[in-house]
Design a protein around this ligand. Sequence first.
Ligand code: AP5
Length: 212
Amino acid sequence: MNIILLGPPGAGKGTQSDFLRDSYGLSKLATGDMLRAAVAAGTEMGKKAKAVMDSGALVSDDIVIGIIRDAIKQCPKGFILDGFPRTVAQAEALDVMLAEIGKKLDHVIELKVNDVEMVARISGRYSCGKCGAGYHDDFKKPVKEGVCDSCGSSEFKRRDDDRAETVAKRLEAYHAQTAPLLPYYEKRGALKSVDGMAAIEDVTEALRTLLR
Ligand code: AP5
């Protein structure tokens, strides 16, 4: 099964793609995570990407298409794309890649949310510094305060691009460059949507129902 999750920053793409990966054995391909890993590793590509990401703009199509091109071939049970495609050029490149390897998209799912709430969601987000498990100050706390549920670490971190002014720029980039993907997939009859404003568990349940 091959899935794209679409939605603005904070919509819950990362949260729900973890569920899809764990429940269906799919590979999660999250371009934001891959770019952050390149930044942390200090690669040439990471150095180029960091300034752009910190400004809230999109990294160039060439870079992200290159990252996905290799990764998409290594998904034996299928994939969830989280954060890709993000421009029409990326969606067109994805169509070509899939045709080349004989795969197809099964579901393109929009997590529908309201922008105003996204700033609060993103500013409350943090993750485990060791295993990357995601949390939120209000909506998803670890069971034991200060201890990661997944690996027991007590080191947590927040993203550099989660400052309020950068979040506003990321939302602008979403509406200008990524929202045109909704009609792109709708015209093919591939687009489905789920209420991303519901509680995390309810969004998960709606996805489970949609994929059944
Ligand atoms: P990326 O890492 O992809 O960030 P994003 O799309 O801005 O999305 P987020 O990770 O902020 O949000 P999310 O939808 O995953 O929400 P989450 O589940 O974490 O991209 C970062 C940057 O990399 C981009 O700005 C760009 O520069 C670059 N980039 C990446 N891909 C690119 C591409 N293809 N092309 C060009 N550039 C690219 O949830 C957020 C918080 O809310 C969490 O704390 C969570 O616990 C909580 N939460 C989730 N769901 C709910 C809910 N239903 N109710 C309450 N709280 C919830």
